[in-house]
Design a protein around this ligand. Structure first.
Ligand code: HEM
Ligand code: HEM
Length: 181
């Protein structure tokens, strides 16, 4: 069953969704490259710069996304979903949006509070908005690591649900976020 136009997310939301989805995958892959690189090598520094830059891009896009969504309502869901399913889906999506803001913030604080500059692609250095504090930096990295597993869990749940709707239930939910052909 395909989704009629009125039931499809608007073009801006769809673009933001896929741009952020790709950036999130790239950011996690860069984090894995960073963890695999030699501790004090130059490559590690570059992976961290690229990881942080993609993460900051996600932050900016997600803040815009949240602002956009507060002004533009989600298209109505057709009554094929149980109320509990719709609530779980919404809660998962809101938690993912929250993490797309919390992850870059904790990543930034972990570096800035350790007195390490945060650079965007090695071109612009972000201002350090806090005094140096080892405890704050440690707390931020601990939250960043915890958030990592929440991101994996929630995104896996979200993608699995989207694919089940698209290929098993065929109820038009997946099409709500696909580009119009
Ligand atoms: C949505 C955005 C982000 C996601 C999903 C993300 C995800 C991750 C992941 C999966 C790791 C590996 C953790 C581990 O297993 O040890 C990591 C590490 C890290 N991230 Fe992020 N991150 C994001 C944004 C940022 C930003 C914006 C910064 C800094 C400006 C940053 C700084 C760091 C640092 C410093 C580490 C630890 C590296 C190390 O162990 O040497 N992250 N991040
Ligand atoms: C193959 C991967 C993915 C598929 C098939 C997919 C599919 C979907 C679909 C169909 C919706 C609309 C659901 C509805 O209208 O109720 C949606 C919403 C959403 N997705 Fe995904 N998604 C994927 C990956 C991701 C990733 C990686 C992220 C986060 C980084 C993400 C974050 C979100 C968010 C936050 C929403 C809510 C959008 C809003 O209401 O504005 N998705 N996704």
């Amino acid at each position: 069953m395909s989704a009629p136009a009125a039931h499809v997310h608007d073009r801006v939301t769809r673009r933001l969704h896929w741009l952020n989805a790709v950036l999130a995958v790239v950011t996690v892959l860069l984090a894995l490259c960073l963890l695999g690189a030699p501790r004090h090598g130059e490559a590690r520094g570059w992976f961290l710069t690229l990881h942080g830059s993609c993460g900051i891009a996600i932050l900016v896009l997600t803040l815009f996304w949240v602002g956009w969504r507060l002004r533009h309502r989600s298209p109505p869901l057709r009554p094929t979903l149980r109320r509990s399913e719709a609530l779980l889906a919404r809660a998962t999506q809101i938690a993912i949006l929250f993490l797309l803001i919390a992850m870059p913030v904790t990543g930034y604080v972990s570096l800035a509070a350790a007195g390490k500059p945060v650079s965007l692609l090695g071109v612009v250095t972000l201002p350090t908005l806090m005094p140096e504090s080892g405890r704050l930096s440690q707390a931020a990295i601990a939250l960043h690591l915890l958030g990592e597993f929440l991101v994996y869990g929630l995104v896996a749940l979200h993608v699995a649900a989207a694919l089940i709707h698209g290929f098993v239930r065929r109820d038009g939910i997946l099409e709500r976020m696909l580009p119009k052909i």
